[in-house]
Design a binder for this molecule. Structure first.
Ligand SMILES: C[S@@+](CC[C@H](N)C(=O)[O-])C[C@H]1O[C@@H](n2cnc3c(N)ncnc32)[C@H](O)[C@@H]1O
Length: 370
C-alpha cells in the first residue's frame, strides 16, 4: 500500500484503509477478474468516502499496471514466508515441498494449485454416437492425443445432466489418468487393487473390452461408487471389497497385470483440492510411504510369471514415486523395470501439474519367468 500511495497510511480513515486492503488482497490472491475488483472498490468508495474515489481508482489501477507486482511484494521477503503469503498453504506443507522439489518447482506447483482443473473425458461404447449426442446438446470439446480422449471446452450443463453421461457413453477423467491405462500391456485379466471410483479400469476396458477385471477398494462407500459407475456405464467387472494391505492367497500368481494406483499425497492434483493439501507435513508422507510399500509387497504376489505390475500415483513427490520403485526392485529381484519408450524419461511416465492438467506418475514392472 505504502509503495503505491503518496498519502501516509495513518492518514486514512480506518474503514477506507480496509477497503483498500481488501481490494489489494482480492487482486493478489483471489481468482476474481482484477478489473472487476477495482470497479467494485470504486463503487463502494463512492458511498463510503466520495473524496477518495479518484484516489482509489488511481492507486488500484497503478497496482494492476505493475508488471512485476509479485516480485515487488514478495521479492524482499524470505522464501518460506513469501510462498506462504503468496499461496496460503501452511508453512510445514511448503517446507515439505521445498525439501522434495526445490524453490522453482515448489513455486510452479503452488501456482498450478490455483488454476481451474481441466475437464477431460473418455468415451465408452460407440464413439460416433457419443460425439453426436454431445454436439446436439451444444457442448464444445476437442480431441486429445489418445484414443477416445477429449477435453470439454464449454458446457452449460452440470456434468450429471449431460445426456451422454447419463446414458453411460462418457466418463469424466483426466487425460493423465486415462494415459495410465494405456501403459497396461495386453493380457487376459487385471487386478485393480485400489480401484474406486474405477477410472483406470474403465479406460482399459474402453480399449480392450475383452479384459477380465477384478476391481477392489477398502470401504463399503468406495465399492458403492464403483458399482454406481459400472451400472451407469453398462460394464461388467468383478467387484470385491478388499484391503490391499492384507494378503489374499486366492490371488497368488493369478493375474497377467496388477494395477496399484496407490493412495498418495495427491500433490499432482492440488488444483482439484480447493487450495488445500491432503498432506500437511512430513509425518503424513511417512505414513503413506509405509502403506505404499506394504501394498507393493502384496501386489507383487498376485502377478503371474511374465506378467506386469503397474504402480501409479497422482503425486509428484520422489519419495512416493521413484524412491518407491527403487525400494521395490531392490526387495523383489523377480521384477524388472520395463522401458516405456524413447519419449518417456527414465522408464517413468511423469506429468507435472499446470494449465489445469494433473500431475501423475506411473511405471511398469515385469515379473521375470524362472
Ligand atoms: C488414487 S485412488 C484410486 C483411483 C482409481 N484407480 C481410479 O482410477 O479411478 C486410491 C484409492 O485407494 C483406496 N484405498 C486406500 N486404502 C486402501 C486399502 N488399504 N486397500 C484398498 N484400497 C485402498 C482409496 O479408497 C481410493 O479409492
Amino acid at each position: 500500500m505504502t509503495s503505491f500511495s503518496s498519502l501516509k497510511v495513518k492518514k486514512f480513515r480506518e474503514e477506507d484503509l480496509y477497503l483498500f486492503l481488501i481490494a489489494i488482497y482480492s487482486i493478489l490472491f483471489l481468482d476474481k477478474p482484477r478489473h472487476a475488483v477495482v470497479n467494485e472498490a470504486v463503487e463502494q468508495m463512492k458511498t463510503q468516502n466520495p473524496k477518495l474515489v479518484a484516489m482509489t481508482n488511481g492507486i488500484l489501477r497503478n497496482i494492476l499496471r505493475e508488471e512485476d507486482l509479485e516480485e515487488r511484494i514478495y521479492g524482499k521477503m524470505d522464501l518460506l514466508p513469501a510462498l506462504e503469503k503468496k499461496y496460503g498453504y501452511p508453512v510445514e506443507t511448503i517446507k515439505l515441498f521445498l525439501q522434495e522439489l526445490g524453490p522453482e518447482k515448489t513455486d510452479e506447483l503452488l501456482a498450478s494449485s490455483k488454476e481451474a482443473p481441466r475437464l477431460d473425458f473418455l468415451i465408452l461404447g460407440d464413439e460416433a454416437k457419443a460425439l453426436d449426442m454431445l454436439e446436439k446438446e451444444g457442448h464444445e470439446f476437442v480431441p486429445l492425443p489418445l484414443e477416445r480422449a477429449y477435453q470439454m471446452i464449454k458446457t452449460a450443463k452440470s456434468l450429471d445432466q449431460i445426456e451422454a453421461y447419463k446414458q453411460g457413453q462418457v466418463y469424466f477423467q483426466s487425460f493423465a489418468s486415462q494415459k495410465v491405462a494405456f501403459l497396461i500391456p495386453q493380457g487376459k485379466n487385471l487386478l485393480d487393487l485400489c480401484g474406486s471410483p474405477g477410472g483406470k479400469s474403465f479406460a482399459l476396458l474402453a480399449k480392450d473390452p475383452q479384459r477380465e477385471i477384478t476391481i477392489c477398494d477398502v470401504s463399503e462407500d468406495k465399492i458403492d461408487r464403483i458399482n454406481e459407475n459400472i451400472h451407469r456405464l453398462n460394464l461388467s467387472l468383478d467387484v470385491q471389497k478388499w484391503d490391499a494391505l492384507i494378503e489374499n492367497p486366492q490371488w497368488f500368481e493369478s493375474f497377467s497385470s496388477v494395477l496399484l494406483d496407490a493412495p498418495c499425497s495427491g500433490t499432482g492434483v492440488l488444483h482439484r483440492q480447493r487450495g488445500e493439501s491432503k498432506v500437511k507435513d512430513l509425518s503424513d508422507i511417512i505414513e503413506l510411504i509405509h502403506q505404499q510399500r506394504q501394498m507393493l509387497d502384496q501386489a507383487a504376489k498376485y502377478v503371474e510369471e511374465g506378467g506386469f505390475l503397474i504402480y501409479s500415483t497422482c503425486s509428484i513427490l520422489k519419495s512416493e514415486n521413484e524412491n518407491q520403485v527403487d525400494y521395490f526392485l531392490k526387495a523383489h529381484e523377480e521384477f524388472k523395470l520395463v522401458d516405456l519408450g524413447p519419449s518417456l524419461e527414465e522408464s517413468f511416465y511423469k506429468t507435472f501439474p499446470g494449465k489445469g492438467e494433473d500431475g501423475f506418475f506411473a511405471c511398469l514392472m515385469e515379473k521375470k519367468k524362472v
